[in-house]
Structure formats: C-alpha cells, structure tokens
Ligand binder design. Sequence first.
Ligand SMILES: [Zn+2]
Length: 253
Amino acid sequence: MTVSATLRRGCGLRPLRFSTVHNSRADSLRVGHRRHHRVVFADLLDLTLPRLCVHCRRPGPLLCAECCPGTPEWVERRGGPVATARTYAGGVRAAVVHFKERRRLDLGPTLGALLGEAARLVLEVAGGPLTLVAVPSPPSVARTRGGQHVERLARHAERYLSRNDVATLSRALVSVGRRSDAVGLDAAQRVINVSGTLRASRPAARARPVVIVDDVATTGATLAEAERALTGAGWTVAGCAVIAATRRIPQEF
Ligand SMILES: [Zn+2]
C-alpha cells in the first residue's frame, strides 16, 4: 500500500476530532501540548544559545560573579535591621528588574539563592526552623507581572536553604487598599503610601516565627508595614530579609 493510500485509509486508529470536541479535557490537552512544545523549545534554545550574564552579557552564569559583588550583611532601615544579600546596584539590580518586569523567570533560582543567603543571616541569629512570608504586590501589579513574584522567589529560597530550616507560607499577608508605585517618593511619603495596605490573612496558628521576605528594601517602609500587620495578628517576626538594599535612602528614615 502506498503512503498516500495509507493516509487516505487511515492507520486504523480513531482520529482525535479536537475540532468537534468542545470539552474541558480537549482544552486541557491542547493547553498541555502547547506548554510541552514551549518547554521543548526552551530546552532547545538552552542547547543552542549560550547562557549570558543578564548585565555584562558575557557567556556563563545568568548573573556572573563580577556583576554580583559583595556578601550578605545587615543594614539599618525603618523598623529595624534588615538582612540583605547584596546592594541594589549593577548586575543585581538588572537581574531583579528583568525577573519582575520582563518575566525572566529563569533568573528565579539565582535570585532565590540570594534571598536564601539573606534569610540565613536571620536564621543564624534567631535559630530555626523559620517560616518565610513574602510581601505581596497589589493584585493589579501582580496581574501585570504574571503572579506574585516575591512569593515565587521565596519558593526558590526555600529550595536553596534546607527545607528543615525554612518553609514558605503562602498568602499569610494580603494586599488591601491602594499602594502606588513608590518610585520618586520621599521617606515620609513612602510611609503614608504603604500605611494600612497589608493585612495578615490568618491569625498566628503556629509557634514557628516568621521571616518577612521582599525583593528590594529602600526605606524599609513596606517591611515595617508587613511587620505591623503580622505582629498585630499575633505572629512572631524573627526578622526581615531581602535580595538587595539600596545604597542611598530617600531622605532620612
Ligand atoms: Zn556579568
């Protein structure tokens, strides 16, 4: 039998009539296939394109050592000391911006490891185990970024650290009310901007203290608001940890 005849007669299997089957299973199959193709395509790109540093564009890690200088340290911010992995500048700043504004999700493990390094400072002081609680973005911001990016980073930090030491608690904080973009605001305006915008979603049900985690600390107003919300609901806050803290703080805090 010729190839064309085989095609005309079919191969004996009942054809999948996706075009006439409008049910959720068919839809999920289609979505699954698309996702699979995207994953395969991304894997092929990984094999064919060199990985470049997000900042200096040299082949190698997504954030090379030269573009990520420094070691974790404590910095003083509104509400108290904050553990930070690096200074918010250069390659670290570029990686954070690409991750949250340009959906470079492949940077998640790298940034999550940095967040884990900062959380480890809190662990050294407070002891473990601790629970990571991510500062949520307002829903409208999360929608444009494709989800809660800090919670995503907290999951990567959890994988970087021992699961015996930390566990991420989803949605322990929820965003309420309006919070504008803080860029350009001075210290006092930032406090007003975040005041009353976070709420604990549940009362403290566990004895395990929490570490509040965020991507960047500027004045520390958002972290202080998160701490206020959690302690008000009975949670014990062991400390705050961020990927990066700004070198300069808008005015005095
Ligand atoms: Zn680099």
